[in-house]
Design a protein around this ligand. Structure first.
Ligand code: HEC
Length: 121
């Protein structure tokens, strides 16, 4: 009985460290950054879902800011508050609040999307 528990514990530990490794790869992406074809659905929305919507979904609406859905986000893109916040520029509240700045490549893709006119693509 004791043996079984021990084996289970070891395989759980190995499994857990495997998961941790996967996460680390996401945290430290490769340095190359392909900003071509940076679309709303492909490059912007997933970043918001992972890093922002916990506070800025339509339901939570922290600080009166909803970033869920293209039309809601576009308001803050057009005002310049969105880019200022994620780039941690002076005069803006640095976002995501309480977390590290977004990976540089994510910011570069978002900037590319905005300079393409922030289309709903
Ligand atoms: C933990 C909750 C939380 C998360 C996560 C979060 N925000 Fe915020 N956000 C806030 C709060 C609170 C404020 C109001 C802060 C203030 O006015 O100083 C705010 C304000 C803002 C503003 C207005 C900033 C300004 O200076 O006008 C923008 C834009 C914004 N958030 C975008 C984002 C984006 C984009 C993300 C994800 C990258 C994000 N937030 C993640 C809580 C959060």
């Amino acid at each position: 009985m004791k043996k079984t528990i021990c084996v289970l514990a070891i395989s759980f530990a190995l499994g857990a460290s495997g998961c941790y490794y996967d996460v680390e790869e996401e945290l430290y992406p490769e340095i190359e950054c392909d900003t071509q074809n940076a679309t709303f659905s492909g490059a912007v929305q997933p970043v918001l879902s992972q890093n922002c919507l916990v506070c800025h979904s339509a339901a939570v609406n922290t600080a009166g800011i909803t970033l869920e859905g293209y039309n809601n986000l576009k308001v803050h893109v057009d005002s310049g508050r969105f880019l200022g916040a994620i780039k941690h520029q002076a005069g803006f509240s640095p976002m995501p609040q309480g977390g590290p700045q977004l990976p540089e490549c994510d910011i570069l893709k978002i900037e590319q999307w905005i300079s393409d006119g922030a289309p709903n693509n």
